[in-house]
Design a protein around this ligand. Structure first.
Ligand code: SF4
Ligand code: SF4
Length: 216
């Protein structure tokens, strides 16, 4: 999922300073799941803004904010409702959802979150980065573990050699991911899959902006 972190309230207040009537939009996908921008947080932020003198014109979530038909449904358009009643929209959706809102309304859209990474959730509490969407996935050769996102140097041809007692030299609070890859491949009996040099990474697949087109 895409993980986000709510911006500090002082920063949100500063960003909203020029406006009076604010509509708050949360997102129930990534933002909601990591409890930093779902409907619950949207109501909390709205309450805080009200205490600071803003008029809240609405607090809603369309579910997934990065899906155009959810925010602009023909029968009940959330963004049209927000646009007609407010000076600005505060979006707690990720960068993608917030941009989609912004390009479909004529009023300013302010983000209340920082979008962090594509990650996994554990114990409903920890979110760890697992993928940087490099567009040229190598994990079939690395035991299903991503060295691009989970090694701070993104090394795809083995470890840098700086690990100490299995811990990463850049961040000793995490394991060297290449130790994990090696032990997983041993377990699977497929260590050979990383013995050959990985081909040079095709960086054309991560030139932004990218587009996926669904075939009919
Ligand atoms: S290799 Fe690239 S696409 Fe595959 S998990 Fe890692 S970052 Fe994501
Ligand atoms: S110690 Fe391991 S995880 Fe850390 S930078 Fe070196 S290869 Fe990557």
């Amino acid at each position: 999922m895409v993980t986000v972190k709510l911006k500090p309230m002082v920063e949100i207040l500063e960003l909203l300073k020029p406006y009076e009537r604010v509509f708050v939009i949360g997102c129930q996908l990534g933002s909601g799941r990591c409890k930093n921008g779902g409907l619950r947080e949207a109501f909390k932020v709205a309450g805080y803004l009200e205490l600071h003198g803003f008029k809240i014109t609405g607090v809603k979530s369309p579910g997934g904010t990065c899906i155009l038909e959810r925010i602009d449904a023909p029968e009940k358009s959330l963004i049209k409702e927000a646009e007609s009643s407010s000076d600005a929209i505060l979006s707690l959706a990720c960068g993608a959802g917030t941009q989609l809102i912004a390009e479909n309304v004529s009023i300013p859209v302010i983000t209340g979150v920082n979008t962090l990474f594509i990650g996994v959730e554990r114990e409903r509490k920890y979110f760890d980065e697992y993928c940087i969407a490099c567009g040229d996935c190598v994990i079939s050769e690395t035991g299903g573990i991503c060295p691009v996102a989970r090694c701070p140097k993104s090394l795809i041809n083995g470890p840098c050699g700086g690990a100490i007692a299995g811990k990463c030299e850049v961040d000793p609070s995490i394991p060297c991911i290449w130790y994990k890859i090696e032990s997983r491949l041993k377990e699977l009996g497929s260590l050979k899959s990383v013995e050959k040099r990985a081909p040079l990474k095709d960086y054309r697949s991560c030139v932004y902006p990218r587009r996926l087109v669904l075939e009919e």
